[in-house]
Design a protein around this ligand. Structure first.
Ligand code: COA
Length: 79
């Protein structure tokens, strides 16, 4: 589970966030990787869609009126 991804505002939109997520994928020892973001967070959802993550669940009542969308990606074949 990636808890948080944060890029300094001056360095956003340069591919650094994508690169960091790919790096975590290369280190991940489990078949699937999960992360989550607010439904209102279009930049993060764009990044996740681009890297092949799919919406897998959502959690209400963390931030009022803004569900937390849980994303997952299968990064290894079943062993
Ligand atoms: C979300 C965040 C991590 C993205 O990092 P980044 O380094 O700017 O992302 P990248 O440059 O790798 O962008 C990859 C893709 O994400 C999407 N994206 C990034 N910024 C976007 C924006 N402002 N609006 C819409 N889509 C955006 C695009 O699909 C982009 O691909 P493209 O450049 O080919 O269009 C960064 O905006 C951030 O730190 N935000 C504040 C913290 C946060 O919300 N973290 C996520 C919640 S856990």
């Amino acid at each position: 589970m990636i808890d948080m991804l944060y890029i300094h505002p001056e360095y956003r939109g340069k591919g650094i966030g994508s690169k960091l997520v790919r790096h975590v994928e290369s280190l991940c020892k489990t078949e699937k990787l999960f992360t989550s973001t607010n439904q209102s967070n279009l930049p993060m959802q764009g990044l996740l869609n681009k890297l092949g993550y799919v919406p897998s669940s959502f959690i209400d009542n963390l931030d009022e009126g803004d569900p937390e969308v849980v994303y997952s990606k299968r990064i290894k074949e079943d062993r």
